[in-house]
Design a protein around this ligand. Sequence first.
Ligand SMILES: NC(=O)c1ccc[n+]([C@@H]2O[C@H](COP(=O)([O-])OP(=O)(O)OC[C@H]3O[C@@H](n4cnc5c(N)ncnc54)[C@H](OP(=O)(O)O)[C@@H]3O)[C@@H](O)[C@H]2O)c1
Length: 334
Amino acid sequence: MAGLNRRVVLAERPTGMVDERTTVLEEADVPEPGEGEALARVRYLSIDPTIRTWMDDAPGYLPPIAIGEVVRSGGVAEVVRSNSERHKPGDLLFGFTGWQDYVIASEAAGYRDLPSGVSPTMALSLFGVTGMTAYFGLIDVGRVKEGDVVVVSGAAGATGSTVGQIAKIKGAAKVIGIAGGPGKCAWIVKELGFDEAIDYKSEDVAARLRETAPEGIDLYFDNVGGAILDACLAQLAMHGRIVLCGAIASYNDRSALTGPANYRNLIIKRGRMQGFLILDYFDRLPEGQAEVARWLAQGKIKSVEHVVEGLENAPDALNLLFTGGNTGKVIVQV
Ligand SMILES: NC(=O)c1ccc[n+]([C@@H]2O[C@H](COP(=O)([O-])OP(=O)(O)OC[C@H]3O[C@@H](n4cnc5c(N)ncnc54)[C@H](OP(=O)(O)O)[C@@H]3O)[C@@H](O)[C@H]2O)c1
């Protein structure tokens, strides 16, 4: 096929935010699909904090992105030409597309159909890895139950905003969100139904947790790590649970990886702290997707998306996650 494939590749390993030295836009030939494969045009990219961790030359749950390699990310692509009976032109597929215009898609490469009736952006937000991380993290790992006092950090972000809404649906007595800035704090209360919001940029988080959760935190969903995790550990209720979902405070700065000083409270309060990865739940995605579809139809949950235009802006879109420039799920419309 004539034409060019624009690709954003990792040119250097970043030490902080990504910039024009670390990620570079280049052009290559459009790839040719082999037997049983399809050529697909990438339409939307899922912008996730973990992409930044894959750029480090450090052990992780997936291998680091190699220098010169297209930046890895999830995405939705539309089949434009097919040598496969499984895929026909116009089909929308989800997979690890990476930051580029065209991909070779096949079942063997892990591409799957979007959930039926779901828009491409919602397939990346509420019905995608993000929404399902909130769903399985809260329900399966955190075992949320009626009457719980639930705290979530990154509360105006993609995962956190969904966690807070699901906690309310599941009958939490109180949902407290921790977010950066008065605008985000007002938004999670007014628009998403959180009971309380703590602005970690201008308030004393530990003091506000004592005030808003005087009987202790039954369930803390941690998207951030660092000092906020420590403050939540200090305010844990008896048999409290902590779900370790992410540690964004240290992704751009590995020196910020310090141990939680208040971990002894897990002993005193007979608490449980558990990490998880959504990758382990991929077989169960239809179960979570069916449930959020019901909640969406009943008007009980909102999907909030922050769309950035243009493949060339994918690095800036990634940086939004670290400056807090996003509300809800960051998606690049290629
Ligand atoms: N375990 C898994 O399988 C899994 C899957 C998906 C995501 N995650 C994790 O879930 C977390 C949220 O991901 P997401 O995709 O939903 O991103 P997101 O919450 O939409 O965006 C990240 C948010 O983090 C906040 N933030 C950034 N730096 C911070 C800091 N130093 N301290 C406190 N808050 C900070 C920013 O909001 P403010 O304006 O409030 O600062 C920003 O909007 C990440 O840690 C991610 O790695 C884990």
